[in-house]
Design a protein around this ligand. Structure first.
Ligand SMILES: NC(=O)C1=CN([C@@H]2O[C@H](COP(=O)(O)OP(=O)(O)OC[C@H]3O[C@@H](n4cnc5c(N)ncnc54)[C@H](OP(=O)(O)O)[C@@H]3O)[C@@H](O)[C@H]2O)C=CC1
Ligand SMILES: O=C1CO[C@H](CO)[C@@H](O)[C@@H]1O
Length: 271
């Protein structure tokens, strides 16, 4: 394919552990590249280039030998499903500096990675975020990003804004405006799309990349963004494996990732 002069852009949708190798070959050939998430399983390789409730059955993990492995999937519920919401979280809150985390395998077998994880992420601004990622939440509820600040709050579920309340330069009150009529529910319910069955997000990303190529500009989502997300995930996994807080700077300075043994829940459900 890379010998064919008609090919200008390549979209790489192979197992995660192959992304940087194949992506580098695409870039070296002078083609534009659209690379699926996650950037790769290996942060060191990637640096060289530059509340989430999902449900996945045991059959999903059994459907290909690379799924649920550290080597090719790179992680579990956070690396594969929660990653989209984490991307958005970092886009909203900026530079993550420190994380703490716990992970488990609660509802699946024959996988090396977590199906449930909880983490706290601290940002350079002082903001704190809690992150939940799971594929054990039957039947799979909305992936939710909730941002709460002193002058406003917003909730994004799937790809849609489902709640927004901004102080809008008015007095915010000593006790808040809880429960009052001026809590604004975003009216656009058409935005409630199931990201797993709706490809409009991918279509918008292709359109954005096409605009960037034609105008010579930069696409909205870059390799640098993907590196930041991957580094944060590796920091979270390192914290989950050691039980102590991990600085993002440590992970960037020493990006080698050691797969760890994810503990199974005591009352493991057999499926
Ligand atoms: N952004 C999003 O919403 C989504 C992103 N993804 C990402 O896309 C990637 C693929 O996932 P998914 O489509 O579910 O995986 P599948 O296992 O369904 O497909 C993987 C494809 O890659 C091919 N392949 C396997 N090994 C290699 C290799 N070593 N070199 C080249 N090609 C290979 C397979 O070919 P063959 O069948 O011949 O082995 C198959 O065509 C993952 O990184 C995943 O995280 C996935 C779903 C949604
Ligand atoms: O689990 C899978 C891998 O990640 C995708 C999300 O990006 C899912 O849609 C897919 O089913």
């Amino acid at each position: 394919m890379l010998q064919d002069e008609r090919v200008q852009l390549v979209s790489v949708v192979t197992p995660t552990g192959t992304h940087i190798d194949i992506g580098t070959r695409v870039l070296d050939s002078g083609r534009h590249l659209l690379l699926e998430k996650p950037l790769d399983v290996d942060l060191a390789r990637a640096l060289g280039v530059a509340s989430v409730g999902w449900w996945r059955s045991q059959a999903y993990y059994d459907s290909a030998p690379w799924r649920g492995t550290w080597a090719q999937d790179g992680g579990g519920a956070l690396m594969n499903q929660g990653i989209h919401t984490l991307d958005l979280l970092l886009w909203f809150l900026g530079e993550p500096v420190r994380v703490t985390a716990s992970s488990r395998r609660i509802a699946h077998q024959r996988i090396e990675v977590e199906d449930t994880l909880a983490a706290v992420v601290e940002f350079s601004s002082g903001a704190l975020a809690t992150v939940h990622a799971t594929t054990a939440a039957y039947p799979g509820l909305a992936a939710r990003l909730q941002i709460m600040g002193t002058t406003g709050s917003a909730i994004i579920e799937h790809e849609g804004l489902s709640y927004l309340h901004l102080a809008n330069n008015t007095h915010v009150g000593d006790m808040g405006l809880h429960g009052a009529g001026n809590q604004v529910i975003a009216p656009n319910h058409a935005c409630h799309r199931d990201a797993t069955t709706n490809a409009s997000g991918h279509a918008r990303q292709f359109a954005d990349l096409e605009d960037a190529v034609r105008s010579g500009g930069s696409p909205l989502a870059t390799i640098a963004d993907a590196v930041k997300t991957l580094a944060t995930i590796h920091a979270i996994y390192r914290a989950a494996s050691t039980g102590v807080a991990v600085e993002l700077a440590e992970v960037i300075a020493s990006p080698t990732f050691s797969p760890y043994r994810v503990g199974a829940a005591e009352h493991h459900v057999q499926r």
